[in-house]
Design a protein around this ligand. Structure first.
Ligand code: ZN
Ligand code: ZN
Length: 135
């Protein structure tokens, strides 16, 4: 039996649960993730796309699809916090790690788009780095 982890947006309108069965945990440094987070990188956990149970607020989720790259962001329309979504290729559910309330049993496994990382960023976690998506 997998553990059930709960998550929510900042204001609490959107709540969900997922089973603790994760495929990868990536820190993405791409230009789009920098802009959308206002920070150096996004922290995303990947799981199977049907591993999500919406508990509240699903109708309050807005989406943005970036035209320049395979990039989607789903967020609470009230507070703007990132919430889980299916990636553009349809291969995975992407869970913004910071939206989880419970601590996941997985640690970051790689940096993606590390070449786009801002000059001021100094990594605290030594990880394998890719210039784009992992090969
Ligand atoms: Zn919210
Ligand atoms: Zn990114």
């Amino acid at each position: 039996m997998n553990r059930i982890l709960n998550g929510r947006c900042l204001c609490g309108d959107v709540t969900y649960s997922v089973q603790e069965e994760f495929d990868a945990f990536y820190l993405c440094h791409c230009d789009q993730c920098q802009k959308v987070t206002g920070s150096a990188f996004a922290s995303n956990i990947l799981t199977s796309k049907d591993n999500i149970q919406w508990l509240s607020g699903e109708e309050n989720i807005a989406n943005y699809q970036d035209p320049s790259r395979d990039f989607t962001k789903a967020f609470c329309a009230s507070c703007g916090a990132g919430v889980p979504h299916i990636n553009r290729t349809g291969s995975h559910l992407v869970i913004p790690a910071g939206s989880l309330i419970d601590s996941p049993n997985i640690s970051p496994s790689a940096n993606l788009f590390k070449s786009e990382s801002p000059d001021w960023f100094v990594s605290g976690i030594p990880l394998k780095s890719f210039t784009g998506f992992p090969k």
